[in-house]
Design a protein around this ligand. Structure first.
Ligand code: ZN
Length: 339
């Protein structure tokens, strides 16, 4: 089969189309004919090796996968051959103490799903959820690692409620965009924070009542306070991390919940812990999404309550161009590759 193989870390030009052996399904795995694979910013970091240089090379990137099941390994009851599926971001064992307690995202044996930059990929059946014919592969590929994570962060971790105020940092990103939609659907007053003035309109269309533009690391907390009657927001969904932590935490209301979804660099933050005490703040991390959360998201998309925002669909052979486009930061929504 054809696949984009990462052999060395580097700029986008290291992503080249090669012949690669067809995957064979191991027990409890299925082979998926890839219909679409998303290019989240995480793939950029994997490619350039900033966080984990040399890790697992050579490898095939691609964690946001949708496609058709074409072969079954032993012990697979579902999905069936021919089923249209999308992937969670990871596979959990289903047997460890955390899996048995409903905490599959914390599974002690969890493995990241990968290999989607290819014509075919073998994936544990547990990591796949079926999608109806009304959802395209391009729309479906990003649901597991983006939309379902936003649902987990807002609905289940932050417990967003009607009338709550929500700040989403990195609002034009893969988790940011669905977070705007979900917060709006829950009846929240949604504030989108972005670095780019050009993205304001798209974010307002995407569900934000207010857009705060913070170019060059500007402190945007005064803007947020003005928009919330000097109170601050009940919930921060932070998809950026340390680069915006100081102003985002300053934007949090007393008793607020700060949910960390993304961390794009190795930078650390300074925080006087007394501020957590005086704010009675809760800081939580979200790693990924459970299977039932992905199923809920598929249902919400099928019902037209949520929609996937696609920036551009490109052929798999243009993976390098796709990475350059994502790295440029000038896009709203997901860049999607199709073999
Ligand atoms: Zn487990």
């Amino acid at each position: 089969m054809k696949a984009i193989v990462l052999r060395v870390n580097g700029d986008p030009s290291v992503l080249r189309l090669e012949e690669w052996p067809d995957p064979q399904p191991q027990p409890h795995e299925v082979v998926v004919k890839v219909g679409a694979v998303g290019v989240p910013y995480h793939d950029i970091v994997e490619r350039n090796g900033v966080l984990r240089p040399g890790h697992g090379l050579p490898k095939i990137l691609g964690n946001e996968i949708a496609g058709t099941v074409v072969a079954l390994g032993s012990g697979v009851a579902a999905p069936k051959i021919g089923a249209r599926v999308c992937s969670k971001g990871f596979h959990s064992c289903g047997e460890c103490r955390r899996c048995r307690n409903g905490n599959e995202t914390l599974c002690s044996r969890r493995r990241v799903v990968s290999g989607g930059y290819a014509e075919y990929v073998a994936i544990p059946a547990e990591a796949l959820v079926e999608i109806p014919d009304t959802i395209s592969f391009a729309e479906a590929c990003m649901l597991g690692s983006s939309t379902a994570v936003a649902l987990n962060a807002l609905r289940d971790i932050a417990q967003v409620r009607l009338g709550a105020s929500v700040l989403v940092t990195g609002a034009s990103g893969g988790v940011g965009l669905p977070a705007l939609q979900i917060a709006k659907a829950a009846g929240a007053n949604v504030i989108a924070m972005t670095h780019s003035p050009a993205k304001g309109e798209a974010l307002a269309e995407g569900g934000a009542r207010h857009v705060v533009v913070a170019e060059n690391g500007r402190d945007f907390s005064d803007d947020v306070r003005k928009l919330t009657g000097d109170d601050g927001v009940d919930i921060v969904i932070d998809t950026v991390g340390s680069k915006v932590f100081a102003p985002a935490f300053r934007s949090l209301a007393t008793g607020g919940r700060y949910v960390v979804v993304g961390q794009l660099t190795r930078d650390e933050v300074a925080l006087n812990l007394a501020r957590i005490i005086f704010k009675a703040a809760t800081i939580s991390g979200v790693t990924s999404a459970r299977r039932d959360q992905l199923e809920d998201v598929v249902g919400l998309v099928a019902a037209g309550r949520l929609r996937s925002q696609i920036a551009k669909i490109m052929p798999l052979s243009q993976a390098a161009e796709a990475h350059a486009l994502v790295e440029s930061g000038g896009i709203v929504g997901r860049v999607v590759l199709q073999p």
